[in-house]
Design a binder for this molecule. Structure first.
Ligand code: SF4
Length: 449
C-alpha cells in the first residue's frame, strides 16, 4: 500500500491552514509509525505546517495525528481525502478523547498509543476488514520498540545549528507521570505510572541515527531519580547536547541537575505554572514549592543549564497583578527564557470535565484551544486577561529585554558561544512571534500564510 502520514497544521480565524517557512521539531509519532510499518508498504510523511498537501496524490491510506489545536485542520484534510475515496485513519490526543467525533471524519480511529495497533490496522486494511476503532486494554510495554524511522521525512525543513548535519531531533525515554495536575492530559493519555524505555534502546537509537542535538520529549525526565541517574551516566561521553522537561521536584535530588549537565543537557523546561500558592493548590499542583523556585533556578545556573520557565495564567485564584509579579520574578532571577500560557480546559483533562459540568466553557471551536485564548468563563474578563497576557509576554521579549535575556543565557551556559548563536536566533524569533500575538511554540517558524 501507499501510505501518507500527515502532521496537520492549525486553522487560522479564516479557516485557512497556517503555514510557516520552517517547522519546529520533526514529528516523532510519525517516525514511530513509519518504523512499525512492514517494509512492503511505501510510506511518505508530510508536515503540513511547512509542506503542502496534494489531495490528488496516489495513496491508499492516509494517517493523521492531532492534538486538539490541530484537529479542525486534520478534519479538513481527512474530509478532502475521503471525498476522493481514500481511506483515512485518525490518531493522537484529540481522537483518543473524542473517538466518536473523529469517526465523523475518518474510517478508523486509533485510541491511545499506536504501537501494536497500527500493525494490526494495516493488516485489516489489506484484508478489507478495517475496524472503526483500535484500542489497547492496557498501556503498552516500552521494551523492544523499533528505532523511529526518519528516512521518509524531509529534515531540511527544520532549523539546525551551523555545521550540523541534522536538526534537533525528538527522542523519548519515558512515558506517563505519577502526578495529576488538573490542566494536564499526560496522565490520561499515558497513565499515572511512569514507564521507562530500556536505556540500552535509547542509546542504540541515538547511535543509530547519529543525532547530536536532542529534545527528550518526556514530560518529566527525572521522575524516578535512580533511573534518571542511570540514563544520564549512559549518555555521558556520547558527544550530544540535549534539552528536556523536568518537574520542580528535581530539587529533592539536586545531584541529578549536575549529572544532566555533565552529559550534555543545556536547557530544561520547568513547569513552575504559577507563583501563586492558591493557584497551584486549585490546579492540584501543590507539590510545586514556590518558596524553593529561586533555589532551583540558582542550582541550574550553577550547573550550567539554562532554565526555561513555564507559567500559566487565568486561574481563578490568580491575583490581578499576577503578570507583573511573574515578569519581575523572571528578571530578578536573571532567567533568559520563559514561556507563558493561558489556562485552557484541554479535552480529557479534569479541568475540562469540571468546567463543562459547571457550564463555564463558552467557546467550542477546537482551533481556539491553543492556550493563548480564553475559551471559558474566567474570573477576569476574557479580553482583559488576553490583553494582560500579551502585554506581559511582550514585556519579557521586548528588544531591550532580549539583550539582557541573551546575556543571562550566555552567562549561565557551559557552551557560551553555541548559546550566543542559538539565543540570537531564538530571541529574535520569539520577539517577532510574540509581537504578532502568535505563541512561540505554536505552528512553526516564520509565518508565510
Ligand atoms: S503538568 Fe507535569 S507534573 Fe503535572 S501531570 Fe502533567 S506532566 Fe505530570
Amino acid at each position: 500500500m501507499k501510505i501518507l502520514l500527515i502532521y496537520p497544521s492549525r486553522l487560522s480565524n479564516l479557516e485557512q491552514p497556517m503555514k510557516y517557512r520552517l517547522g519546529f521539531l520533526p514529528p516523532l509519532g510519525l517516525a514511530i509509525l513509519t518504523a512499525l510499518t512492514p517494509k512492503h508498504h511505501q510510506v511518505k510523511v508530510l508536515n503540513d505546517i511547512v509542506e503542502n498537501v496534494d489531495f490528488d496524490s496516489d495513496v491508499d491510506l492516509v494517517g493523521l495525528t492531532a492534538m486538539t489545536t490541530q484537529i479542525s485542520r486534520a478534519y479538513q484534510i481527512a474530509d478532502e481525502f475521503r471525498r476522493r475515496g481514500k481511506k483515512v485513519v485518525l490518531g493522537g490526543i484529540h481522537p483518543t478523547f473524542f473517538p466518536e467525533e473523529a469517526l465523523q471524519h475518518a474510517d478508523s480511529v486509533i485510541i491511545g498509543e499506536a504501537e501494536g495497533l497500527w500493525e494490526q490496522l494495516l493488516i485489516d486494511v489489506e484484508n478489507h476488514c478495517l475496524k472503526d476503532r483500535y484500542q489497547h486494554k492496557e498501556f503498552c510495554s516500552l521494551d523492544n520498540l523499533p528505532t523511529p524511522d526518519w528516512s521518509n521525512q524531509d529534515l531540511t525543513i527544520y532549523p539546525r545549528m551551523l555545521g550540523a548535519k541534522l536538526p534537533m531531533m525528538p527522542v523519548f525515554t519515558t512515558r506517563g507521570c505519577p502526578y495529576g495536575c488538573k490542566f494536564c492530559a499526560v496522565t490520561k493519555v499515558y497513565g499515572k505510572s511512569y514507564r521507562v524505555r530500556p536505556i540500552a534502546d535509547v542509546v542504540r537509537e541515538i547511535e543509530a541515527t547519529n543525532i547530536r542535538e536532542i529534545f527528550f520529549v518526556d514530560d518529566n525526565i527525572a521522575c524516578v531519580p535512580e533511573h534518571s541517574k542511570e540514563l544520564f551516566r549512559a549518555l555521558s561521553g556520547k558527544n550530544i547536547s540535549w534539552m528536556s522537561q523536568i518537574s520542580t521536584t528535581v530539587l529533592k535530588n539536586p545531584e541529578l541537575i549536575d549529572l544532566a549537565a555533565d552529559c550534555g543537557c543545556f536547557y530544561l523546561f520547568i513547569g513552575m505554572e504559577s507563583l501563586n500558592k492558591d493557584s497551584l493548590k486549585g490546579a492540584k499542583k501543590s507539590f510545586n514549592n514556590v518558596d524553593k523556585y529561586e533555589e532551583l533556578i540558582a542550582r541550574m545556573h550553577k550547573a550550567g543549564i539554562v532554565p526555561y520557565l513555564s507559567f500559566i495564567f487565568g486561574f481563578d485564584e490568580d491575583l490581578d497583578e499576577q503578570f507583573d509579579l511573574t515578569v519581575e520574578f523572571i528578571r530578578r532571577n536573571k532567567v533568559g527564557y520563559a514561556t507563558f500560557w493561558l489556562l485552557t480546559p484541554l479535552p480529557g483533562t479534569d479541568l475540562y470535565w469540571e468546567f463543562l459540568k459547571d457550564g463555564r466553557i463558552v467557546d467550542h471551536n477546537w482551533s481556539h484551544y491553543d492556550a493563548n485564548q480564553i475559551v471559558f468563563n474566567s474570573r477576569i474578563e476574557k479580553s482583559e486577561l488576553e490583553r494582560r497576557y500579551w502585554k506581559g509576554y511582550n514585556k519579557l521579549f521586548s528588544w531591550r529585554s532580549i539583550v539582557a535575556n541573551m546575556g543571562n543565557v550566555v552567562k549561565n551556559s557551559r557552551r557560551p558561544f553555541n548559546e550566543f548563536l542559538r539565543s540570537l536566533f531564538y530571541m529574535v524569533y520569539i520577539h517577532i512571534k510574540v509581537s504578532n500575538n502568535d505563541h512561540p511554540f505554536s505552528g512553526g517558524i516564520f509565518r508565510r500564510s
